[in-house]
Design a protein around this ligand. Structure first.
Ligand code: ADP
Ligand code: MG
Length: 235
């Protein structure tokens, strides 16, 4: 595990992406060069429509790479076979703005659900789910249903669920969008401490500039390109 400290989990080189064809073709990403390292929470900030979600779906192997290089967890995604893409996807945890919890299942059951593939022993599965929910501060809400929780608590269940299969990379798309300022910062701090402890990586995209102080590294996307960014520039 020590070998993975600070190693690159995402590396892009001249990554480009366009939508549409012919006259309607519009280029969104104009050649991105950036990286994300293990053991760090990396923020990608940028205005609405700047291509943050597009980039995240590319990194998550949910959309095919058109031009340039994109290496995720050591696998080049450009031209990769479907089984190779699938294998990468399995090593990634996704957290979206809408947390997509199953309303008819308790908090505990929601997390246990995703462990069903990886852990056949029901008792171990329950222990792991409880451990994760305690780590996100929800040990006292195990048997509640999602609609009995606050927005911040639901998002923390979604985090526990994304972390359950022990992904090496977490991709989070505006996970704090529906939260008040304090809950948003709590979520980022929690993701940061969990990824540092596990030496996994988090790439969180947001247009919420209040989160900048809680990241290890910040990139800014603007006009289809990315730039390293210092929080002082936000002031
Ligand atoms: P962000 O997440 O930063 O708000 P997006 O990646 O969602 O930005 O979108 C970037 C640009 O690409 C926007 O102008 C958006 O309208 C456009 N876009 C996003 N998805 C599609 C799509 N599937 N087809 C065509 N255009 C799209
Ligand atoms: Mg978006």
């Amino acid at each position: 595990m020590g070998d993975s400290v600070g190693s690159s989990v995402i590396v892009t080189s001249a990554l480009r992406h366009s939508y549409g064809e012919g006259e309607l073709r519009s280029q969104i990403l104009h050649g991105l060069d950036f990286e994300v390292k293990a053991g760090e929470i990396t923020l990608l900030v940028g205005p609405s429509g700047s291509g943050k979600s597009t980039l995240l779906t590319l990194v998550g192997a949910l959309r095919s790479v058109q031009e340039g290089s994109l290496q995720v967890l050591g696998q080049e995604l450009q031209g990769a076979s479907e089984p190779a893409l699938k294998a990468v996807r399995r090593r990634i945890g996704f957290i979206f703005q809408s947390h997509n919890l199953v309303a008819s299942l308790t908090v505990l059951q929601n997390v246990q659900l995703v462990l069903q593939l990886s852990e056949r022993n029901g008792r171990r599965r329950e222990e792991r789910a409880i451990e994760l929910l305690e780590a996100v501060g929800l040990g006292h809400r195990l048997h509640h249903y999602p609609d009995e929780l606050s927005g911040g608590q639901r998002q923390r269940v979604a985090i526990a669920r994304a972390l359950a299969p022990e992904p090496e990379l977490i991709l989070a798309d505006e996970p704090t969008a529906s939260l008040d300022s304090q809950s948003g910062r709590d979520v980022v701090e929690l993701l940061g401490s969990l990824c540092r402890r596990r030496q996994s990586a988090v790439l969180l995209v947001t247009h919420d500039l209040r989160l900048l102080n809680d990241a290890d590294r910040i990139w800014r996307i603007e006009d289809g390109r990315v730039y390293p960014w210092q929080p002082e520039q936000a002031a």
